[in-house]
Design a protein around this ligand. Structure first.
Ligand code: GMT
Length: 381
């Protein structure tokens, strides 16, 4: 078969639709591929969180699962494989790109096996983080994770760190391409930011932000401790964006430390660029982070970051240039760095410029999407 390398592709994208980095990357990738004229079919159990309006060339297929009393654990992976095979066949997909290995890569393998006699299909698996570092390594998933990575036609990881860990943990032989998370240019919303600042920090306090899914790996209580230390020297407000299992613990800690009035828990939000751009400093004290999409989004708004120096974060945050990094759990140092940035207007402005420049020079959508397209063309050739 001669493949026209310039023709537009029909691409299936499988992801978790919820509030999490892998779903966001998958959705933004699909939207950008559609803008370039490719036909994109999202397959998920709910509409992906950032697929919130009509987009040309974008289709959404919901995975339904039969609720039957015999199933203590409804077999989602099978329903997904079945839907993938159906969509691949009837929509004539060239490839399916799955985000987060478990169970998506295994379901994709099954779909490819099912359709191989009447519709050959290629599979790309993108590893995002906890699918390798936490969940995939669990003995209950270890073998299937290794198998489905090996069986993919191409595999990408969102940082060098994650690629190296995948090879180390699973001894996989399939080559893994590193393709980083990406950001797009967004409107400068100075007027709206000023209004929001007025509401959040009416006395002109500086604002610290955090955005995550509040899972234990994010160490959100560290943020409250850092804020407590900073507040001893400087009036600040803290904006906690997102929601998840550790939110209540963080709220309780803020109350115990007597700083609850200055910590604003906003819950899940849509307009995250407005919120991030309204802050002066972003904190990500995670125990582990394969890349750190939320920090990249903050940097793209010109907000310096203080992060732990773990996982792929040092590939993103340049210590002393676009922010600072410290050991996991070292809230003392993180508070010290926060004060350094917040007390020094010149340093903050310099770091703000460097953050934005570094983010767009290295992680601009126009630099990253072609890397995925090149990989698609390679496996289809
Ligand atoms: O735990 C999360 O933050 C969600 C998780 C996911 O897979 O949904 O995020 C991971 O993927 C992001 C996008 O590639 C990365 O930027 C995050 O660093 C990564 N999270 C962790 O490694 C903890």
């Amino acid at each position: 078969m001669v493949l026209d390398m310039e023709r537009s592709l029909k691409i299936g994208i499988v992801c978790y639709p919820t509030y999490g980095g892998s779903g966001i990357v998958a959705t933004e990738l699909g939207k950008n591929l559609a803008k370039l004229g490719h036909e994109v079919h999202f397959i998920a159990y709910a509409i992906p969180y950032r697929l919130n309006q009509y987009y040309d060339n974008v289709f959404y297929h919901e995975v339904k699962i039969l609720d039957y009393p015999l199933f203590e654990y409804p077999p989602y992976s099978l329903a997904l494989a079945s839907k993938m095979a159906e969509i691949a066949h009837y929509q004539k997909l060239d490839l399916i790109h799955v985000h987060y290995a478990i169970p998506h890569a295994a379901s994709a393998f099954l779909a490819r096996e099912m359709t191989k006699t009447y519709h050959p299909l290629k599979i790309i698996t993108t590893l995002h983080g906890t699918d390798i570092t936490l969940v995939g390594r669990d003995p209950s998933f270890m073998e299937v994770t290794r198998f489905s990575i090996e069986q993919s036609d191409a595999v990408t990881a969102v940082s060098r760190y994650l690629r190296d860990k995948t090879i180390e943990f699973f001894s996989v032989e399939r080559p893994i391409d590193v393709i980083y998370n990406f950001i797009e240019e967004h409107e400068d919303q100075q007027k709206r930011c000023n209004e929001l600042r007025q509401r959040l920090a009416p006395d002109g306090e500086l604002i610290i932000s955090h955005l995550s899914n509040f899972r234990p790996v994010k160490r959100v209580e560290d943020i409250i401790e850092i804020a407590f230390k900073v507040k001893k020297q400087l009036p600040v407000k803290v904006m906690m964006i997102g929601d998840g299992p550790d939110r209540s613990k963080a709220e309780m800690l803020a109350r115990d430390l007597g700083i609850a009035d200055d910590i604003c828990f906003l819950g899940k939000q849509e307009d995250i660029y407005l919120l991030l751009a309204s802050s002066d400093l972003f904190l990500m004290p995670s125990r582990l982070e394969s890349f750190g999409l939320a920090a990249l989004e903050a940097m793209s708004c010109g907000v310096p970051c203080i992060t732990s120096n773990t996982g792929g974060l040092p590939e993103l945050v340049k210590d002393g240039i676009s922010g600072f990094t410290a050991e996991v759990g070292d809230v003392e140092s993180m508070a010290g760095y926060a004060l350094k940035i917040l007390k020094d207007d010149d340093l903050r402005k310099k770091m703000s410029r460097s953050s934005r420049e570094y983010a767009f020079q290295n992680f601009h959508v126009d630099k990253i999407i072609p890397q995925y397209l090149e990989l698609y063309r390679k496996i289809l050739s």
